[in-house]
Design a binder for this molecule. Structure first.
Ligand code: 4NP
Length: 177
């Protein structure tokens, strides 16, 4: 797509994906999104990170079962280490994508002044082929749950990339995608 040079921005657009543990769903979303961003040639303009609402897996690599499914199904290696969502993330990111309602509510609760609520969305809002409203927690289930997570995330990430690219057209001067 062509973006009017007058509307270019210099700061990258920053996306944060959030689940409970930051070892299954949100690192998958982060890595799938990075894959799509690279394919679109937008790596310098859109930055991704992920976090968990819990402290359970701080410093841990992505779950082995999730990594195996991402490698087998998508050929994507999951990179990153678990970290916990922190209040400064509200300022540091442009969009915060929650995997399920519980994550969504827990994030909103941390925004005590309610000035960042507009940045927080459910990931499935961006799906066009799936009707599920949440990305289900696969942690205590079988292989099929991990595959379902990937199916939903591919759909959502494609929609999200389209949204970010179209929003760039209405960004104030000084912004660049
Ligand atoms: P995630 O999955 O939120 O998609 O990373 C989970 C990982 C760990 C746990 C629950 C969900 N846990 O209970 O340790």
């Amino acid at each position: 797509m062509t973006i009017d040079k007058e509307q270019k921005i210099s700061m990258p657009y920053k996306l944060l994906f959030v689940c409970l543990g930051n070892i299954c769903r949100s690192p998958s979303a982060e890595n799938i999104m990075n894959h799509l961003i690279e394919q679109a040639g937008l790596s310098a303009s859109i930055l991704c990170d992920s976090a968990g609402t819990s402290s359970y897996h701080i410093g841990s690599p992505p779950d082995r079962r999730m990594s195996a499914a991402a490698a087998r199904k998508l050929g994507i290696k999951l990179r990153g280490r678990g970290r916990q969502f922190q209040k400064s993330d509200f300022q540091d990111f442009d969009l915060i994508l929650a995997m399920d309602q519980e994550n969504y509510q827990n994030i909103l609760t941390l925004d005590q002044t309610k000035q960042y609520q507009h940045k927080v969305h459910l990931m499935c809002e961006f799906c066009s082929r799936h009707t599920l409203k949440e990305v289900p927690d696969p942690y205590y289930g079988g292989e099929e749950g991990f595959n379902q997570v990937l199916d939903l995330l591919i759909d959502a990430c494609e929609g999200l990339l389209t949204k970010v690219m179209s929003d760039a057209l209405s960004l104030p001067k000084g912004y660049e995608l």
